[in-house]
Write a protein that binds this ligand. Structure first.
Ligand SMILES: Cc1ncc(COP(=O)(O)O)c(C=O)c1O
Length: 387
């Protein structure tokens, strides 16, 4: 009863993990779920207040434009200038999204035809592949390897494939590997994209979640970047607004226009109170973002220090809300993760769920309070002592 294309979507590992969780819960097991990427913290009270006031204003309930309000776009541009010192034209170079996922899912459809090639990081956040498949595109994996700091090796892409590719996805700070990218890498990307006429889509969903004073760069800081690409931002993680569905994309006017045109044929714009709350979040004091960062950094330290003490060594990441850890036993990532779930009740995602190059790793989401993470670490220590 359903289209064939649906069966080519989504890694089966995610649904198997879901089934296992349900089975263990049914057996009464107390699970600690570190498999999801959804923030567990609430947005600041004042962001909630702006949203609530907007909801209580009866004039806010009409359809909105795909391009959103001038004030939301202006705040996006101000924030970009303040944060990255990048100038944006709020009329032409900024487009609100119903979460960055909306743009990431639709960009291939807006720019490419069936059979066009997309360069997609592997391991990678699944929506890049899903968007490509739904639009009839061809995925070419860009392996992210530990020895390259989980950056794709652009020089390893066959020249004929580079010329054929129409679009390329990147994501730093990265999900799932938690790697960060220096500006010099983005310079290399811009050069590569110009040479091969490829549109670069940089997913910067975690640009504000970075630790130890590190501030991730914007791809658009590279001179000439706007000629070749766009950058996606999310308010979900930065301001703990995942459920309200708001993000935005900035950069190349023609690409932004194509996405806006496609979206206006599919839907209307974002609910006005959400745009108001987003504009407020971007323009008000960023103290809540600082406290968010500190919270994730504390969680990172609890997890990494506890695991290292138990003999499970793993890098301590500079950004994102994840830990990407090598499997500490002689098992594949799926077997290890499922064993950990069954015996310790700690749920992590097998790396292979993010692509074949994710094999050998697991992803741990820092989405629980410290006291819960301390208990998770205790269970991991016990599990590793008697696997
Ligand atoms: C790398 C990455 N990009 C995009 C998204 C989607 O974010 P949004 O809530 O803005 O749609 C996520 C969500 O987990 C993510 O991990």
């Amino acid at each position: 009863m359903k289209a064939r294309r649906l069966s080519s979507l989504g890694a089966s590992v995610f649904s198997e993990l879901d089934d296992l969780k349900k089975e263990l819960e049914k057996d009464g097991k107390q699970l600690i779920n570190l498999s999801i990427g959804s923030p567990d913290r609430a947005p600041s009270q004042d962001i909630q207040k702006v949203l609530a006031e907007g909801v209580l204003d009866g004039s806010n309930y009409g359809y909105t434009l795909t391009r959103g309000t001038a004030s939301f776009r202006a705040e996006c541009a101000h924030w970009y200038k303040k944060r990255f010192d990048v100038d944006l034209d709020p009329q032409k170079e900024v487009l609100p999204l119903m979460g960055s996922q909306d743009g990431l899912a639709h960009i291939f459809l807006a720019l490419c035809d069936p059979g066009d090639v997309a360069l997609i990081p592997d391991p990678g956040y699944p929506i890049y592949t899903a968007g490509c498949i739904l639009a009839g595109g061809e995925k070419v994996a860009l392996p992210l390897r530990e020895e390259n700091g989980f950056l794709p090796d652009l020089s390893a892409i066959a020249p004929e494939m580079a010329r054929k590719a129409k679009i390329m996805f990147l994501n730093y700070p990265n999900n799932p590997t938690a790697a960060v990218a220096p500006l010099s890498f983005f310079e290399e990307v811009v050069h590569f994209a110009k040479k091969n006429e490829i549109v670069v889509c940089h997913d910067a969903a975690y640009s504000e979640l970075a630790f130890d004073g590190y501030r991730p760069a914007s791809f658009l800081q590279v001179p000439g970047a706007k000629e070749v690409g766009i950058e996606f931002h999310s308010v979900s993680k930065t301001y703990n607004l995942a459920g309200v569905r708001l993000g935005f994309v900035v950069g190349n006017t023609q690409v932004v226009d194509a996405l806006a045109e496609l979206k206006s044929n599919i839907d209307y714009g974002v609910f006005e109170p959400i745009l108001q709350a987003g504009a407020y979040a971007l323009s008000a004091s960023q103290d809540n973002v600082i406290s968010n960062r500190q919270a994730y950094q504390e969680r990172r330290d609890i997890w990494v220090e506890g695991c290292v003490q138990a003999g499970w060594s793993m890098p301590s990441p500079q950004g994102s809300m994840f830990i990407w850890a090598p499997v500490p036993t002689n098992q594949d990532s799926r077997t290890f993760a499922f064993d950990l779930a069954r015996k310790a009740g700690v749920i992590v995602v097998p790396g292979v769920a993010f692509g074949e190059y994710g094999e050998g790793y697991v992803r741990i989401g820092l989405v629980q309070e410290p006291v819960v993470l301390v208990e998770a670490v205790r269970r991991v220590q016990e599990f590793l002592a008697h696997p």
